[in-house]
Design a protein around this ligand. Structure first.
Ligand code: NAD
Length: 281
């Protein structure tokens, strides 16, 4: 049985085939070709099985987001399948899953590799989405330092004094800084490499979203998360489907005038912190 006779399909590439990433892809996948990249073969098998048996055209590739050449090969593979219209990056590790070095290498540098690599293959009119985090709003970086970060090539980010001295202190700080850098990386690409290909790129900064990654966080620091969520306007955690809804909008044609920006989706956590209703310890 041939489900779809269309040969020239637009390509959606997802790096990090986890909970939020797959929810976003599912929203836009009909009639398109999906390329899933992840370091976990087991996850790829499970996710591609679910996509396949839901009627979608899917391929997989083992990709290590820490490795520049692996990420570049992933971008090349996507381009070999057709016009790369969508790129979504959700590969990441959270504070209680890893040491500062790993978080910075994956969430900051790895994301930079992906933004750079897909900035060479995106099709005209394409769109990218990087999943950052509400924590990108929790550790303000001085303006001059942000400019330095913006002007530093991805490979050299780890050498910056601010990263070596401040970000390396603890996993929590590394994560907050990495996620702010993601917002800057998307801004920079929107104005330069992605602009040159007439493609858009944005970030979403989710709050506490119930996923396997979040379960690891709750197990290690549940009390803090509980207080933060209770103090927020929504008084609840979010779901991957809510992030996917916004992701589909940002990737879609109705968002054609939106590039280089961040959408904070946190149930009001940052509002309660900024206004002093909730104090981060
Ligand atoms: N869940 C939350 O509360 C939350 C909140 C804000 C931001 N985020 C961020 O959203 C993104 C997605 O998180 P999620 O909750 O969907 O998590 P998830 O664990 O479901 O997905 C993350 C995926 O990244 C993959 N990955 C890890 N290391 C990799 C590597 N080296 N190379 C390639 N793939 C790798 C994992 O195998 C996994 O499939 C992450 O960047 C996370 O930091 C999560």
């Amino acid at each position: 049985m041939i489900f779809d006779r269309n040969e020239k399909k637009e390509v959606i590439a997802l790096l990090g085939a986890g909970s939020m990433g797959t929810a976003i892809v599912r929203r836009i996948a009909a009639g398109r070709k999906i390329l899933l990249g992840d370091i976990s073969e087991k996850s790829l098998e499970k996710v591609s099985h679910d996509f396949k048996y839901s009627g979608y055209d899917v391929e997989t590739m083992i990709v290590n987001a820490l490795d520049k050449s692996s990420v570049e090969a992933f971008a090349q593979k996507a381009a070999s399948l057709g016009d790369v219209k969508y790129f979504i990056d959700t590969a990441g590790a959270s504070p209680n899953q890893a040491k500062p070095e790993h978080i910075l290498a994956l969430d900051m540098v790895g994301t930079g590799y992906a933004v750079d690599a897909f900035g060479k293959v995106m099709a005209k009119g394409g769109a990218g989405l990087i999943v950052a985090s509400q924590t990108g709003y929790m550790y303000p970086i001085p303006y001059e330092t942000e400019l330095e970060i913006l002007n530093t090539p991805t490979e050299k980010l780890m050498d910056l004094p601010f990263i070596r001295e401040t970000a390396m202190q603890r996993s929590g700080i590394a994560y907050m800084i990495a996620k702010r850098v993601n917002q800057l990386q998307a801004q920079k690409a929107a104005a330069t490499t992605w602009k040159a290909r007439r493609a858009r790129i944005n970030t979403i900064s989710p709050g506490v979203i119930v996923t396997p990654l979040a379960y690891d966080e709750f197990a290690a620091a549940g009390e803090g998360y509980q207080k933060m969520v209770d103090a927020s306007a929504a008084e609840r955690c979010g779901t991957s489907d809510e992030i996917a809804e916004a992701g589909a909008f940002l990737l879609g044609e109705h968002a054609g005038f939106i590039t280089g920006t961040d959408l904070l989706i946190d149930g009001g956590v940052i509002a309660s912190i900024r206004t002093g209703v909730y104090k981060l310890h």
